[in-house]
Design a protein around this ligand. Structure first.
Ligand code: HSE
Length: 441
């Protein structure tokens, strides 16, 4: 049988990795797919650029459209990133009746609903394993491996750059900006690194995970997103002293009143496996009602790690080329007409525990005032530490740092308490708040 012809859009890191993996493991991949897979066409901006892969057997072009419109190409693999052009090309490929594989998280998070609807109309597949957590087969695991479960929550370290920054701050005492510069130099960071440090990249991935976990449409704009730029070396150290690690987590949770989708720095007990996922590695913890907690760990970025997911998707598409579209795994795990419109909760409604850091005048009664305000709102305290004032200036002489760990409370109540605490004369500046999750139930 003729090999299946694949057209690549983009021959950069992941495109090159995909060509290399398909060629190196051709025999194994053919045994799995039941047919050979050949990258027959590829489009790249600059054809003279030095590539990490051999392109001799590939018909190259600078025109994305020429690949998308080529009648020989059965599967279009979109690896150009970005939104506008990628969306145009993917929609065009679908209109041409071609199956699509993409690693583009921003594209799926923002336009997945329309893309999947178009694909369903045309009876083609759009596969996106590489869009979340690189080489970890998390889409497959949640969508198929956990299909018997009611998924209760998931929490993931789904941005390698952010995790690398927090790890280096903890292990080497490095400063945020120095580590970010290093992450950029190593090529982990997005072209706009604010996507990494402000949590946007993680929010794209979380929107996708929440959709396939709970059977809801993609709703990226409803993900609460907070970055790691306010986390200081001091916070990392204090967390450590309290037995916690600070991780930038994406959390999706089903509650009695709706679904939570949130990305923010989070204190996690250091004994949790996920708290020990360091450097650029990713991990996703998924709790199903039948299976209990499950943890998926691996490389979240990189040429061949991401190519591993792209190639797995290509194999999946090849295996189902001849099957009736109605009998394929639905794009978002649940049948398209069975997606639920359950409410997405605002942060005010979310219940979580807190780490609070206050700068307070070191005089009698301040702590009593703070604890009274918390008690009045029913917020109970798990631990308090007061740090000695640093004797570096007369002003700082009298300013102590107070760290408070609270039990779980509705965020709306905590916000009110923080406003009242900040209004106390003895409290200097704004309170620092980091959410705490135990990830045990
Ligand atoms: N910038 C992303 C990260 C790349 O650091 O995880 C993979 O999506």
């Amino acid at each position: 049988m003729e090999p299946v012809k694949v057209g690549l859009l983009g021959l950069g890191t992941v495109g090159g990795g995909t060509v290399n993996v398909l060629s190196r493991n051709a025999q194994e991949i053919t045994r799995r797919a039941g047919r050979g897979i050949q990258v027959s066409h590829a489009a790249a901006r600059d054809l003279n650029k030095v590539r990490i892969c051999n392109t001799e057997a590939i018909q190259l072009s600078t025109s994305l459209q020429s690949v998308v419109d080529n009648p020989d190409v059965q599967i279009v693999v979109e690896l150009i990133g970005g939104e506008k052009l990628a969306r145009e090309m993917v929609m065009r490929a679908i209109a041409n009746g071609k199956h699509v594989v993409t690693a583009n998280k921003a594209l799926i998070a923002n336009y997945g609903n329309e893309i999947f609807a178009a694909a369903q109309n045309k009876g083609v597949m759009v596969a996106f394993e590489a869009a979340v957590a690189g080489g970890i087969p998390i889409i497959k695991a949640v969508r198929e491996g956990l299909a018997g479960n009611r998924i209760e929550w998931l929490a993931g370290i789904i941005n390698g750059t952010g995790n690398y920054i927090l790890t280096e701050m903890r292990d080497k005492g490095s400063h945020f900006n120095d580590v970010l510069a290093e992450a950029q130099r190593l090529g982990y960071a997005e072209s706009d690194p604010s996507f990494d440090v402000d949590g946007i990249d993680a929010a794209h991935k979380l929107a996708i995970l929440a959709a396939i976990a709970f059977g809801i449409p993609l709703q990226f704009k409803k993900v609460y997103t907070e970055g790691i730029t306010n986390i200081s070396q001091q916070d990392v150290e204090y967390a450590e002293q309290l037995g916690y690690r600070i991780k930038h987590l994406g959390i999706a949770q089903r509650t009695g009143t709706g679904v939570e989708m949130r990305v923010h720095p989070t204190l996690i007990p250091e004994r949790r496996l996920i708290a020990n996922v360091d450097g650029v590695m990713n991990a996703v913890l998924v709790k199903g009602d039948a299976v209990g907690p499950t943890l998926y760990y691996g490389a979240g970025a990189g040429a061949e790690a991401t190519a591993s997911a792209v190639v797995a998707d290509i194999v999946d598409v090849v295996r189902t080329l001849t099957s009736d579209p109605e009998n394929r795994v639905p794009h978002l795990a649940f049948q398209a007409d069975a997606l639920s419109d359950v409410a997405i909760l605002s942060m005010d409604q979310v219940k979580t525990a807190y780490y609070l850091k206050l700068q307070a005048e070191d005089k009698p009664g301040v702590l009593a005032d703070v604890t009274r305000i918390l008690a009045e709102r029913g917020i109970s305290i798990e631990a308090i530490i007061q740090k000695e004032p640093k004797k570096t200036s007369p002003e700082q002489d009298r300013t102590a740092t107070i760290i408070i760990l609270t039990h779980r409370v509705i965020e709306g109540s905590m916000n009110q308490a923080i406003t009242q605490i900040e209004a106390l004369d003895a409290i200097k500046g704004a309170a620092m708040r980091i959410r705490v999750e135990h990830l045990s139930k």
